[in-house]
Design a binder for this molecule. Structure first.
Ligand code: NAD
Length: 498
């Protein structure tokens, strides 16, 4: 049985290896490796390596750092297929979908390649006679990222390229359910010329996370995962004096107006709901059918849900793979049962799906629930699986009210032919990322990613300009070079300019 080690100071290491956990192939249901789980000593070893590396890395030139990023970017291109297969084998998503996440993650590296431009400071000449002011930003030190299972490459890539390019050193604690992508990325960084100790990987669960959140030499923590853990991470790490960005869960609504092209909307909502088996924080989990769009929309969604090709992620033509664990499969099938008990109509039932040759895989088919109401569990919970709930409203304003009273505010979309409706929607809806006829509106790397309300705890979205701000702190310098003719007297009053 393969053992997946930590990656500390440029080397794979088992650490204390006090504990391990199985890593499954979700398509076959078989255990394929054991991942080592860190204790506080392992975390401290990584922090010591990252602290030592910070001494030299933070002094390296902008040119050196961007050259590493350019080389790393090329290696991500060259090894995309290999990395996509590693992701698919542990997560279950299709290889093509994994390629998509690598591309979107690589775009953050491309943003980091332009560091010279985004790190430029300001200069104000002659703010007072003979006095100039300028500013610049400096790295924080050792920073850490704690990431979820659903994007084992992309979500960490939202963090480490920006942290590292701005001169920090980084400790990644990926999900213990699909840990191998992180180690593969560590090897690519090494090949790109990144000095040892600048990027480290620690595997583990709560003990490893707690050691990160409380370690006195970690300056900042980036977290992406479920809302309860995001709240815990934010509270604990800020109580220990760290900067924290903590992105949480989601319940994303796609609103369909009667004037929309319903075939187009249903196509995109189907892909947004069932792509990656619904295990995306930007997945469409609620379709809000407005007015007389409802019956026609449900008919098309029903047809499309039945057409989704479910199978192992490495089989060409598969559109939707298995869920990540058996527990997730059971949770989703129970949620469909509960929805039926609570009065929802199960229009398409994904329960009990068996894939030939993969009978032990963690598969469930796409489920479509109609007449879902806000008091049902299927509406209130983030199911994080291939279940699309349809809620009916009479007007767009009612749909906006529905979204605004939901505790989450990650992504939302409106399908319409009306510019006026789209403008009203984007101005009134309390959600961080909005699509107009775009179902999964994930911002480009040079914008920042982040929701509102319970989808983002604290105040810092991730990557793009917000990422630069998060991983650096500003200095403002006020300078005078006295001329021989200057008076050498100093006033005792608080300095003002003249
Ligand atoms: P999770 O919250 O269970 O785990 C996230 C990380 O926290 C993992 O590294 C895990 O090891 C750690 N963790 C889990 N339980 C912990 C505990 N009790 N104490 C300390 N650390 C703990 O999330 P997940 O199941 O891996 O991922 C799915 C969740 O992530 C969904 O809620 C999804 O919406 C969310 N997500 C959000 C975004 C976003 O950008 N907002 C992106 C991707 C995923």
């Amino acid at each position: 049985m393969k053992t997946i080690p930590h990656w500390i100071n440029g080397n794979p290491t088992p650490g204390s290896a006090a504990d391990t956990q199985p890593v499954f192939n979700p398509a076959t249901g078989t255990e394929q490796a054991q991942v080592v789980l860190a204790d506080a000593t392992d975390v401290d070893t990584a922090v010591q390596a990252a602290t030592a590396a910070f001494e030299t890395w933070s002094e390296s030139s902008l040119t050196q750092r961007t050259q590493v990023m350019f080389a790393f970017r090329q290696l991500l291109v060259d090894h995309e297929e290999e990395l996509a297969r590693i992701i698919s084998a542990e997560h279950g998503k299709t290889v093509d979908d994994a390629r998509g996440e690598i591309t979107r993650g690589r775009e953050v590296v491309e943003f980091a390649c332009g560091l010279g431009d985004v790190l430029k400071g300001n200069f104000s000449d002659q703010v007072s006679r003979g006095i100039d002011v300028h500013n610049f930003r400096q790295p924080l030190g050792v920073v850490a990222g704690i990431t979820p299972f659903n994007f084992p490459a992309m979500v960490p890539l939202w963090m480490h390229p920006i942290a590292i390019a701005t001169g920090n050193t980084f400790i990644l604690k990926p999900s213990e359910r699909d840990p191998s992508a992180a180690n593969f990325v560590a090897e690519l960084y090494q090949q790109a010329g990144l000095p040892d100790g600048v990027f480290n990987v620690i595997h583990g669960g709560k003990p490893a996370v707690d050691a990160i959140l409380t370690h006195p030499h970690i300056q900042a923590v980036s977290f992406v995962g479920s809302t309860p853990i995001a709240k815990y991470v934010h509270e604990t790490a800020t109580a220990h004096g760290k900067r924290v960005q903590a992105l949480g869960g989601a319940k994303n609504h796609a609103v369909v107006l009667p004037d929309a092209d319903l075939e187009f909307a249903a196509n995109h909502i189907t892909a947004g709901a069932y792509g990656s088996a619904g295990e995306r924080c930007m997945a469409v989990s609620v379709a809000v059918a407005v007015g007389d769009a409802a019956d026609r929309l449900v008919d098309i969604l029903k047809r499309k849900a039945r057409e989704v090709k479910v199978g192992p992620g490495d089989k060409p033509g598969t559109e939707m793979g298995p869920l990540v664990t058996k527990a997730a499969q059971e949770r989703i099938e129970n949620a469909v049962t509960t929805a039926a008990t609570q009065g929802a109509t199960v229009v398409v039932d994904g329960r009990g799906l068996k894939i030939d040759g993969h009978e032990e895989g963690f598969f469930t088919g796409p489920s479509l629930l109609d007449h879902v109401t806000t008091d049902m569990d299927a509406y209130q919970e983030e199911l994080f699986g291939p279940v699309l709930a349809i809620v009916r409203t009479d007007t767009l304003d009612e749909a906006i009210h529905l979204i605004n009273t939901n505790p989450y505010g990650n992504g939302t979309a409106l399908f319409t032919a009306s510019g006026e409706a789209a403008r009203r929607f984007q101005r009134k809806v309390n959600v961080g990322m909005i699509g107009v006829n775009v179902p999964v509106p994930v911002p480009m790397s040079y914008y920042s990613f982040g929701g509102w309300k319970d989808s983002l705890i604290g105040d810092s979205p991730i990557h793009g300009p917000e990422g630069i701000r998060f991983y650096t702190r500003p200095k403002v310098i006020t300078t005078r070079w006295p001329q021989p003719t200057h008076q050498h007297t100093a006033g005792f009053n608080f300095p003002t300019s003249s």
